[in-house]
Design a protein around this ligand. Structure first.
Ligand code: FMN
Length: 331
């Protein structure tokens, strides 16, 4: 079965790839991912705060961080707590590139325009075939309007695009108030791909100790429908290629994501639970599913469930909302 896809302009053997995570930190795992037939590899992120700490950059004086930053800085992990420092990260990109033939996507994670974005160019020089820019930010400041956050993100994307020749994907959160419009703005800023979505870390509360409880829960397939909805809405409406990230645990999850328009399928939690070899299972089961359902290729299925033909997805969404609420019957 022909599973080939084009993501960020890169021709991939298949859409399956590990999303940004610690999995490819070990070259052994990188090899196992290649043996399992991953289409590409996304490396963990290098964070703005890591780079800024080492570089004395504009980060410390940017308005968005203001005076409270000195105090806030104490919340951040110390340099030793990061698995890879900025220079080690670049070395790691070089090593991964030398050890496999797969396209390697390096990841930058931050929220402000600043000198740290120079690392985009250094990642490209280290051999990255593409970059993923993760704009992970919770909009908590009541004085900052949505438009300001969007403008800042667009400026970051433009800065990165202006610095590198390799394609750039932007990993988004689902919390933009007009995501479809923002996607269009990202397209105008020449983003090559959109990754839907990053997953917010949600602390719980320890009611005895009266403190926030930090724990990282892996995802489950229940997180997929939010991604499917936005893939279906954006598919065919924007030029950047689309990747799903979040909630892909089975080949059927992947089939749904591809049907709704995902050119690439990023998997993290399932690989952390089942190991890098699980890529092979996902790949083979998806191929078998396509064959059993008489598709000639993955390409034929891609985006077949998009909402482009729907006259008004917002009306469709609202109608479904009402129907589903009315369908509930109490016992
Ligand atoms: C342990 C762990 C580390 C992660 N590190 C990163 C990271 O460095 N950069 C990033 O953009 N996302 C990171 N993520 C988020 C994943 O790339 C992914 O978006 C998220 O886990 C949802 O996908 P999943 O449902 O397949 O796990 C991490 C997730 C986990 C579980």
């Amino acid at each position: 079965m022909d599973l080939t896809t084009t993501y960020l302009g890169l021709k991939l053997e298949n859409p399956f790839m590990p999303g940004a995570s610690p999995l490819p930190d070990e070259l052994d795992n990188v090899k196992r991912l290649e043996d399992a037939g991953a289409g590409a590899i996304v490396l963990r992120s290098l964070f703005e705060e890591q780079i800024s700490r080492e570089q004395v950059s504009t980060f410390f004086s940017t308005e968005s961080h203001g005076e409270s930053f000195a105090e806030a800085r104490s919340f951040f992990p110390s340099p030793e707590q990061f698995r890879l420092g900025p220079e080690e990260y670049l070395d790691h990109v070089r090593r991964v590139k030398q050890s496999v033939k797969l396209p390697v996507i390096a990841s930058l994670n931050g929220t402000t325009l600043g000198g740290w974005l120079d690392y985009a160019r250094l990642m490209e020089q280290a051999g990255a075939d593409a970059l993923e820019l993760n704009v992970y930010q919770l909009a908590t400041n009541p004085d900052v309007a949505a438009a300001e956050i969007e403008d800042r993100t667009i400026e970051m994307v433009k800065a990165v695009k202006g610095a590198v020749k390799v394609p750039v994907a932007v990993k988004l959160s689902p919390f933009f108030s007009s995501l479809a419009h923002f996607a269009r703005r990202l397209e105008a800023a020449e983003a090559d791909g959109l990754v839907l979505f990053n997953r917010f870390y949600q602390p719980d509360i320890d009611v005895e100790a009266l403190q926030a409880q930090r724990s990282l829960h892996l995802s489950n397939s229940g997180e997929l429908p939010l991604r499917l909805r936005w893939l279906a809405i954006l598919s065919g409406k924007v030029k950047p290629s689309l990747a799903v990230s979040g909630g892909v645990h089975t080949s059927l999850d992947a089939v749904k994501a591809i049907m709704t328009g995902a050119h690439a399928v990023q998997v993290v939690s399932a690989l952390l639970q089942r190991g890098p070899g699980y890529i092979k299972t996902l790949r083979e089961e998806t191929a078998a599913w396509l064959e059993a359902h008489e598709y000639a290729s993955l390409q034929q299925m891609l985006g077949s469930m998009n909402l482009t033909s729907c006259p008004d997805p917002a009306v469709y969404e609202r109608a479904n909302y009402m129907l589903i609420l009315q369908s509930w019957r109490t016992q």
